[in-house]
Design a binder for this molecule. Structure first.
Ligand code: AMP
Ligand code: MG
Length: 394
């Protein structure tokens, strides 16, 4: 059954595209109370202003992250209750993106689904860290072109971080943010991404991935990398408009496409660097069955989606350990970046990912990504490998 959303009409004038068609259908139940008032937006939306704001927000946040990574001090590493490392950069990045989006869309009701919350910063032992984050946020804004007039207090920073508590869902608009995806890569000096997407009526309509450490040149197996390679990529995609990449420090965007490889023997396969995040043994079984020759390329974060969107690799496999629930901010931006570049992103049985269910993704088994040509044989190899694994565990 289709679920329709109540959308407040006064919101419409603030949207970036003034030519929006709103269709209303009003139903009345037997006690004559309005049952639903719907206004699904059907006209083609440009999301131009939203994309520009998302690019700005992710780029500003990336600058803060780069600064912190360069001077990463042991004291910047804290421990959340789930023991994953979290740094001042995670909080600072979230505060900045939240600040920029609110500044760019001041009169819209603002909803942000993001990874961090300010709980640990509000207690006495978090005071010093909060001050450090506030200084970093203000220094970054002071060096930006558009927001150098801003001066946030510690209270402003806490509020900006806590904007991210939204539950998301299938109605209205929600920004979705991972302020630093791949925190472990960030701490290792490896790959990480600032991942920002916009959901409209439960669908991802735009996505931006800032990948400060990703070389602009391909990271495919054949390429030999040197410390002289230029790094820092910004990928962005809008529904129906393709995917583009530009250097994080500016210059013109290039349209990118996923690999056109039809032969799995030529395909290179991406997976998580962290074995705790994805079953490397299962990926290896699938790769063998499929005929993939090259060893897997293991990198952290949604930089994998970015690199796939420009054809550096042809397949991405992600099979979390039993019981793990994927979060929407770990895949929303990456998913549209790959699909707009011509790729396909599904769960392990071929269903598209559904970002409309709140903060979590409910999916079967894992996430697989490939081009359209490779997908049928990949799905078959995944199915057979999962069946064999089940049979061997009986
Ligand atoms: P990756 O860098 O691709 O390994 O993914 C990084 C993301 O994995 C992090 O942002 C976490 O949200 C997520 N993550 C954390 N723990 C797990 C887990 N046990 N299984 C799968 N993903 C996880
Ligand atoms: Mg993440």
């Amino acid at each position: 059954m289709a679920i329709h959303c109540l959308r407040a009409v006064p919101k419409i004038p603030h949207l970036s595209n003034p030519k929006i068609t709103v269709s209303h259908s009003l139903f009345f139940s037997s006690n004559s109370k309005p049952k639903r008032v719907f206004s699904p937006i059907r006209a083609s939306m440009s999301y131009e202003k939203e994309l520009a704001a998302a690019k700005k927000a992710a780029s500003v946040a990336a600058r803060l992250c780069q600064k912190v990574q360069q001077a990463l001090l042991q004291s910047d590493v804290h421990s959340k209750s789930d023991k994953s490392p979290v740094t001042v950069a995670d909080y600072g990045s979230q505060a900045l993106v939240s600040f920029v989006l609110e500044r760019e869309f001041p009169s819209e009701s603002f909803s942000l689904v993001a990874e961090e919350d300010s709980g640990d910063l509000r207690i006495d032992s978090g005071r010093e860290t909060l001050e450090r984050i506030t200084t970093l946020v203000n220094d970054t804004l002071a060096n930006s072109d558009s927001y150098n007039d801003a001066n946030l207090t510690t209270k402003d920073v806490l509020r900006a971080i806590d904007n991210g508590k939204s539950e998301g869902g299938s109605c209205g608009r929600h920004w979705v943010l991972d302020p630093i995806d791949g925190t472990k890569g960030f701490l290792r000096g490896g790959q990480y991404a600032i991942a920002l997407a916009l959901l409209d009526e439960g669908k991802v309509v735009l996505g931006v991935l800032a990948c400060p450490n990703l070389p602009l040149a391909s990271i495919s197996g054949e390429n030999q990398h040197t410390s002289h390679d230029k790094i820092g990529c910004l990928f962005f995609a809008k529904l129906g408009a393709g995917t583009f990449m530009q250097p994080l420090d500016g210059s013109s965007p290039l349209k990118v496409h996923v690999s056109a490889t039809e032969n799995p023997e030529d395909a290179s396969l991406f997976e998580s660097y962290e074995a705790a995040h994805s079953l490397h043994g299962l990926s290896s079984t699938i790769a063998k069955k499929l005929g993939v020759k090259a060893p897997p390329v293991r990198i952290d974060s949604q930089a994998k989606y970015g690199a796939l969107s420009r054809g550096d690799g042809a397949i991405y496999l992600r099979f979390p350990h039993k019981g793990y629930r994927e979060k929407i901010w770990d895949h929303a931006a990456g998913c549209i970046v790959v699909t707009e570049a011509g790729g396909v992103v599904t769960d392990a049985v071929g269903n598209p990912l559904d970002f409309s269910k709140g903060r979590y993704l409910d999916l079967e088994g894992g996430i697989i990504v490939a081009n359209q040509k490779l997908m049928p044989s990949l799905l078959k190899a995944v199915k057979e490998s999962l069946e064999e694994e089940r049979a061997s565990s009986l």
